[in-house]
Design a protein around this ligand. Structure first.
Ligand code: ARG
Length: 259
């Protein structure tokens, strides 16, 4: 080895050691970060009653908030809620902008490529909402060629876009879509069952078509590879399911949100 090669290999060694060091620094797990910061950060979209909605004093309330509080209590930290667009939650969890995505979020294979999910805590389905006097739309096939409102990035959006020949109109939330339906700008809205019930009880002249379009389960999203955090969340959800607490919260928040 001449002097230059020696210098180069030395430099390479230093760089590699530095990379290892930085690599280790980033290895802090989500759970360690939560404990260190004293805060569990929940990402949600608070336009989805009874799971999340703006309650008293415009604070985010709902079933998912209750579950997230139970998780934060179990870890021994406080809960911070970030209200954002639904279609940004998965990537924000992936990039570490939050610790849990709790948003009536359906655990599906597409999302599993980017995040891990807790065990399921609610069974759900997509339903069609139309005007009461609409006799034309009674099955998903009838949606072909129709203008159908969905919440952007949701499983309702995916169903309408991939499984029907309808023209999807994407909204930031279900309520905005409902307004356009009552205005006659849309022929139908496709959305999860429980928010659908709230929409129909809030806006005059709408009805739900009873045939479920999908079978889905809600779960909490976390960054991949955080088995310690997942274990805690799964433990909390198991207890809440066994005691009937989640059902009780659903009833409580249906009343509180008017659904
Ligand atoms: N369950 C549906 C999905 O995962 C809709 C969820 C919408 N949630 C919300 N907080 N806006 O795509």
């Amino acid at each position: 080895m001449n002097k230059t090669t020696k210098l180069i290999s030395l430099a390479l060694c230093v760089i590699m050691a530095a990379m290892l060091f930085v690599g280790c620094g980033n290895q802090q797990s989500a759970l360690e970060r939560i404990k260190e910061s004293g805060e569990l950060v929940m990402l949600t979209n608070a336009a989805f009653p009874p799971f999340e909605y703006l309650g008293n004093d415009n604070a985010v309330a709902g079933v998912d908030v209750e579950i997230a509080h139970a998780i934060a209590d179990e870890i021994g930290v406080s809960l911070k809620i970030v209200d954002m667009d639904f279609d940004g939650i998965v990537t924000s969890i992936q990039s570490g902008k939050g610790d849990i995505g709790a948003a009536g979020m359906t655990a599906n294979d597409e999302r599993r490529k980017s995040v891990d999910f807790s065990i399921n805590y609610v069974d759900a389905a997509q339903l069609i909402i139309v005007m009461k006097d609409n006799a034309e739309i009674t099955t998903p096939e009838d949606l072909a060629g129709k203008n159908v409102g969905v919440q952007s990035g949701t499983t309702g959006d995916i169903f309408v876009s991939d499984e029907t020949d309808a023209v999807p109109f994407r909204f930031k939330n279900g309520a905005d879509a409902a307004v356009e339906l009552t205005n006659g700008k849309l022929d139908a809205v496709v959305i999860d069952e429980m928010p659908a019930n709230l929409i129909v009880s809030t806006y005059e002249g709408l009805k739900i078509i009873d045939t479920p379009l999908t079978e889905e389960q809600y779960a909490i999203a976390i960054a991949k590879g955080n088995d310690d955090l997942k274990e805690i969340i799964d433990g909390v959800i198991t207890k809440l399911l066994e005691s009937g607490q989640i059902d009780a919260w659903i009833e409580e928040h249906k009343l509180a949100s008017g659904s």
